[in-house]
Design a protein around this ligand. Structure first.
Ligand SMILES: C[S@@+](CC[C@H](N)C(=O)[O-])C[C@H]1O[C@@H](n2cnc3c(N)ncnc32)[C@H](O)[C@@H]1O
Length: 275
């Protein structure tokens, strides 16, 4: 049970997906999210659980819309012919079960051992079956994850959609670049990747609370990742073999019947397509 450390953040997102799934006007339905939440709650001290729930509350509005946007990118990638999807820091994601994905699609979920030690028994206890091939890849993205991915059956010759949904932000910039360089080498032409472009205030209370909860109360005050000074992500992606297209948050959310808030027009997603 990941009650500490970065794997715990996946539980917060499951709380958000469970809550969304109960709404009549839901943006997606994730029936297993409530099972993860129930199993996790049983392992937390009540005070710590209340803090996880309070943080899920604070992140709910934006994060739940973000889940829906990734669902849409998933469907676009599958329709465009990607037959492999790799979730970087998959957490408690259940898209392999809930999206009716085609049987010839392979979904590779990469995450830390403590995450899967919690996730797999909870999934096994539900009646859910995945509609596509699902592969669990236990690896640390700060180490050699290429080898376990290849050993799981990943084929670098097949166009792949790579998903970072709230994971790379937990790695420092050197590791981020290393991860993207590796996935670039593993990407056949036609592969896709999305990189968030955000403007956040790392000193805002919710980000400080999140860092504190992840680090543990006995650890020294954790510092935020330093911003990417003078580093143009779009230019770099173009230089290493991707064509990019920026989509603003405001444009991506305009069709949703949900107040998404108008954000700074520089905030959004850099969609990258492998040449
Ligand atoms: C905020 S959660 C998001 C999970 C999932 N993508 C979602 O949206 O529900 C971040 C995930 O990244 C994983 N993660 C963070 N650092 C990692 C690393 N170095 N290697 C593998 N996984 C990592 C955590 O274990 C956690 O499951």
């Amino acid at each position: 049970m990941p009650v500490n450390g970065v794997a715990m953040t996946a539980i917060g997102v499951a709380i958000i997906r469970a809550r969304e799934s109960e709404r009549e006007d839901r943006l997606y339905d994730d029936p297993q999210a409530k099972d993860f939440v129930a199993a996790a709650r049983a392992g937390f001290e009540p005070e710590r659980w209340a803090r996880v729930e309070a943080l899920a509350d604070q992140f709910y509005d934006g994060r739940t819309i973000g889940v829906r946007l990734v669902d849409e990118r998933f469907q676009e990638a599958v329709a465009a012919g990607c037959r492999q999807i790799v979730l970087l820091g998959a957490g408690l994601d259940t898209r392999a079960y809930r999206m009716g994905l085609p049987a010839d699609l392979h979904v590779y979920e990469i995450d830390l051992p403590e995450l899967f030690a919690f996730k797999e028994p909870v999934l096994a206890a539900t009646a859910a079956t995945s509609t596509c091939h699902r592969h669990v890849v236990t690896a640390d993205l700060r180490g050699d994850w290429r080898k376990p991915l290849l050993e799981s059956g990943f084929d670098p010759a097949v166009p792949t959609y790579w998903v970072d949904e709230g994971c790379l932000g937990y790695l420092n910039q050197d590791w981020n670049r290393q991860v993207v360089a590796t996935l670039t080498e593993l990407s056949a032409p036609g592969s896709r990747f999305g990189a968030g472009r955000m403007v956040i205030d790392p000193d805002a209370p919710r980000y400080r609370d999140l860092r504190r909860l992840v680090a543990g109360d006995d650890a020294p005050e954790p510092a935020p990742n330093p911003p990417l000074a003078d580093f143009d992500v779009e230019q770099w992606l173009n230089d290493i073999g991707w064509n990019t297209e920026f989509r603003s948050w405001n444009d991506m959310t305009a069709h949703l019947d949900r107040p998404a808030g108008r954000l700074d027009s520089r905030i959004g997603n850099i969609a990258a397509f492998r040449r």
